[in-house]
Design a protein around this ligand. Structure first.
Ligand SMILES: [Zn+2]
Length: 479
């Protein structure tokens, strides 16, 4: 299958031509770990998870690298605010990030390098840049000289004047040009720092990604991904650093960027009160992670996406419909059934056209409609004409294809029975029963029947319902 992706650098859809068809190298900018992931952080993780799954199906080997930025002034500031050690903040945030992304059914990347483990590579790149006349030392800092790289601005498509006008450039007396950016900066006693040829200091953010991409993937990579908000300055600066440190190389051959995420039509911000973390979504119930993933994939990755609670409910209703079909005792097609394989190929085919997930989702709906007709009767003319593949389906084939194709994009991983018991509309559906069990336990305690009270607690715990006793009341939560 020939893949086509929109390349941000060329500003058009291009055929994907791997550097080495036997080994695809993908790099995506990961989180700066000082706080819980918000909805905007989750979007690239889900988008590039779908891309990595596609590449793995199409090519014999893929190395997907997504870094963790664990040295950054935002982390230092948070540690000072909270009076908490930096290592504690980063360790907790990384664990939370992993849990949240797993709840969105994202597979982990192959390599997840931490910036603090790549300091030697950063200093080596900086030394190469200084030696090549692309960087200079000034006042304890090392700066990249944008004037030394005529291609600067090409990725973002901005001229040097536009770059300065549009960006909040930090003015500093030691800069030769206001557009020059920091590669290395000095650290005081209280700030993390590493010994370097330029004194004790720490890296700038941009050099971290150039170093981690180089260390884990080499001088050139097939696809570099991230949010569109990273194109300038972060990705522009990565290109400048990597191409100047390794003359004659191109760094990333293709750049893919996801669009922004809005909440209720507005940019998410704490001051507007529409700031939502992934945790806020997951708290809505055991169904919410998968529903949020479907919500994200219903919009093309390059478009702006507006999150609303209604759209989350719509996604959940769509999953309810899929699971309502899959919970039935469908006939199981034989292994290697050619029609099932063709149905799966048809459903996933739009991914080859710049990850057209909305069309994939529509085709999953068509497969469901086809299987429903096989089960309860009706007309399948519309779906068959849309697919136009000459199918003459037998019961079970479209249902099996739905399951296989959905899983290829990280959807419908749940056991259908468990989904339906745990996630019927209005909550998990068993709240009244749990409340009744809690009342029975309180009654047993009042009667000093400790064995019975403990039995009820253990029964609930076995179902993932955890009790918390307060003053005269008992609350519960799902594990
Ligand atoms: Zn990066």
């Amino acid at each position: 299958m020939q893949l086509q992706f929109h390349d941000s650098a060329r500003r058009e859809k291009v055929s994907f031509t791997p550097i080495d068809p036997d080994h695809i190298r993908l790099y995506v900018c990961g989180p700066t770990v000082y706080d819980l992931a918000h909805l905007g952080n989750a979007r690239p993780v889900v988008v590039f998870d779908v891309l990595a799954r596609l590449l793995r199906r199409e090519f014999p080997a893929v190395t997907y690298v997504r870094n963790i930025t664990d040295v950054d002034d935002k982390i230092n500031a948070r540690a000072r605010e909270r009076g908490e050690p930096i290592a504690a903040i980063t360790a907790r945030t990384i664990a939370d990030f992993h849990a949240d992304m797993a709840a969105l059914n994202c597979e982990p990347p192959d390599v997840e390098p931490r910036a603090t483990a790549s300091i030697p590579e950063m200093t080596e790149i900086i030394e190469r840049l200084i030696a090549g006349g692309h960087a200079y030392e000034a006042d304890g800092h090392v700066l990249f000289s944008v004037a030394s790289y005529p291609e600067y601005g090409r990725l973002s498509g901005r001229t040097p004047d536009e770059l300065l006008a549009g960006a909040r450039v930090e003015v500093a007396p030691y800069k030769r040009d206001p557009g020059d950016f920091v590669l290395w900066k000095p650290s005081d006693e209280e700030t993390p720092g590493w010994d370097s040829p330029w004194g004790r200091g720490r890296p700038g953010w941009h050099i971290e990604c150039s170093a981690m991409a180089w260390r884990n993937l080499g001088e050139e990579i097939d696809i570099h991904g991230g949010g569109a908000d990273l194109i300038f300055p972060h990705h522009e600066n990565e290109v400048a650093q990597s191409c100047c440190a390794f003359p004659g190389t191109r760094f990333a051959h293709l750049w893919m960027h996801n669009g922004m995420l809005l909440v209720n039509g507005e940019k998410m911000s704490k001051s507007l009160g529409n700031f939502l973390t992934v945790r806020d979504i997951l708290a809505r119930g055991p169904w919410a992670g998968e529903a949020f993933r479907l919500l994200l994939l219903r919009t093309h990755y390059r478009s702006a996406l507006d999150y609303t609670a209604e759209r989350l409910e719509e996604a959940r209703a769509e999953l309810d419909d899929h699971y309502a079909l899959l919970v039935r005792d469908l006939p199981v097609p034989e292994e290697g059934d050619a029609t099932v394989a063709d149905m799966v190929a048809w459903a996933l085919e739009p991914l080859a056209d710049d990850l057209n997930t909305p069309l994939v989702i529509a085709r999953l709906r068509d497969l469901r409609a086809l299987e429903n007709v096989m089960q309860v009767g009706g007309s399948m003319t519309a779906v068959l004409s849309r697919a136009d593949r000459g199918w003459n389906p037998r019961p079970g084939q479209a249902g099996a294809a739905l399951r296989i194709a959905a899983r290829a994009v990280g959807l419908l991983p749940s056991d259908p029975q468990a989904w339906r018991q745990g996630t019927t509309a209005g909550g998990a559906g068993d709240e009244a029963e749990i409340e009744a069990a809690i009342q029975a336990r309180l009654a047993a305690r009042a009667a000093r029947d400790w064995a019975e009270a403990d039995r009820i607690r253990a029964d609930l715990a076995a179902r993932g319902i955890l009790l918390e006793d307060g003053k005269g009341t008992t609350t519960w939560r799902r594990a």
